[in-house]
Design a protein around this ligand. Structure first.
Ligand SMILES: *[C@@H]1O[C@H](CO)[C@@H](O)[C@H](O)[C@H]1NC(C)=O
Ligand SMILES: *[C@@H]1O[C@H](CO)[C@@H](O)[C@H](O)[C@H]1NC(C)=O
Length: 378
């Protein structure tokens, strides 16, 4: 596409800049083995799972410079979380974490779509270094982190269909700290002995899953990110609760020592520890917060444009200078480079590598311009 036709992209399309990709499903190049340490560790994930090296990745560090108060962030309405003890939940050791399957009667009502629960799982550290949360606040890890995973059941028939869509998932993240004994978490932890090894399954009687969440659910961080495990699809609307829940030291120790990544007959058992991904770069994005007590992030200095028309013009200008070739216009089949501009028009999805067509300052002022635009027109 030439610079000329670029300027003809409908203005409405521009507003989609901050929506994420609409990826075409991509089979891993080879194998599906991955782990947190060793030859298949985090650093190698992008080789087999390109999205792990792409944009909008999670987890991230939550710090003042990227936070912005948003008065529209209301407490989530959790429906069907109070399960009957006659319901049975499947507890599984999948070799990466311990997970509890959740029934489709559990869902979140007041997000842009209805998101139906599918499973919950945990991330943790080890007994010597009990700092295994995935998200961090001002660089600080918590002892562990619970994720309750939901998929967009308004738009997609099942988890698999939703998994690689930009609006596919909504995950609730709960920080876990050491404190008093927690009888609700014990309803899961007391079954660890039955799922010590990869592939083992057990039944957990239903209980009120909401007890696993902090009492104060009004205060949370909200941003668009990714699955924190391969294939790392950037498909998650994150809600990270500000306040941690507490479990006892003994309970945390059970989490850190009871489980193995390997099967029961594996001659080289591997303890399930440190199953958290390290924080990812978070540039040119914002995290919205539902609470006030954060220092306002430094005021935006760049006001590139007040109308989308001007913005499109400006972009065209920059683009023209380096006379883009058709190679710079790629569809989402490509492995995502570091900076890309995504535009979704009525009929197609396009992306440009902005570092090529618009390096350095130009890129950041452009992005800021789009940000300003989408904020004012939202
Ligand atoms: C998988 O692919 C990567 C990158 O293409 C390569 O380096 C690696 O050797 C492959 N592994 C296997 C088991 O084929
Ligand atoms: C959950 O359900 C049980 C059994 O129906 C009920 O006794 C309990 O009060 C409910 N808890 C909440 C918090 O609604």
């Amino acid at each position: 596409m030439s610079a000329k036709s670029f300027s003809r992209i409908k203005v409405t399309a521009v507003l989609f800049l901050f929506l994420k990709i609409q990826p075409s499903v991509q089979a891993p190049l080879n194998g599906t083995k991955w782990s947190y340490i060793g030859p298949d560790g985090e650093k190698t994930w992008p080789q087999k799972y390109p999205f792990c090296g792409g944009g909008f990745q999670s987890p991230i560090d939550l710090h003042n410079n990227i936070l912005q108060y948003d008065s529209t962030l209301l407490p989530l309405e959790l429906i069907g979380y109070n399960m009957s003890t006659t319901d049975q939940l499947a507890l599984t050791n999948n070799g990466h974490s311990v997970r509890v399957g959740l029934p489709p009667t559990m869902y979140i009502r007041n997000l842009p779509f209805q998101y139906t629960a599918t499973q919950l799982h945990l991330h943790w550290g080890n007994r010597k270094k009990p700092e295994g949360s995935e998200h961090t606040i001002h660089g600080k890890h918590f002892a562990a982190e619970l994720h309750i995973v939901h998929y967009n059941s308004d738009k997609y028939p099942d988890v698999t269909a939703a998994m690689d869509k930009s609006d596919g998932f909504a995950v609730l993240a709960i920080f876990i700290e050491i404190g008093p004994f927690n009888p609700s978490y014990e309803k899961i932890f007391s079954h660890f002995q039955n799922v010590k090894y990869k592939g083992q399954k057990a039944q957990v009687p239903g209980f009120n899953i909401q007890e696993l969440l902090p009492k104060n659910m009004n205060e949370y961080y909200r941003y668009e990110g990714s699955l924190t495990t391969p294939p790392c699809y950037p498909s998650v609307l994150w809600t990270v609760f500000r306040h941690p829940v507490h479990i006892s030291e003994e309970q945390l120790l059970a989490l850190e020592t009871a489980l193995y990544c390997t099967r029961f007959d594996d001659p080289e058992p591997l303890e399930m520890v440190n199953n958290f991904r390290h924080i990812q770069e978070f540039e040119e994005r914002l995290v919205y917060v539902s609470f006030h007590e954060v220092a306002e992030r430094t005021k935006k200095t760049t006001k590139v444009s007040s109308t989308s028309q001007q913005l499109t013009m400006k972009m065209t200008e920059k683009t023209t200078k380096v006379s883009p070739t058709s190679q710079q216009l790629t569809t989402r089949m490509m492995i995502p480079p570091k900076y890309e501009l995504y535009l979704i028009t009525e009929s197609a999805f396009h992306s440009w590598d902005l570092t090529e067509i618009c390096p350095g300052q130009c890129f950041s002022s452009l992005l800021q311009g789009f940000k300003t635009l989408s904020e004012t027109e939202a």
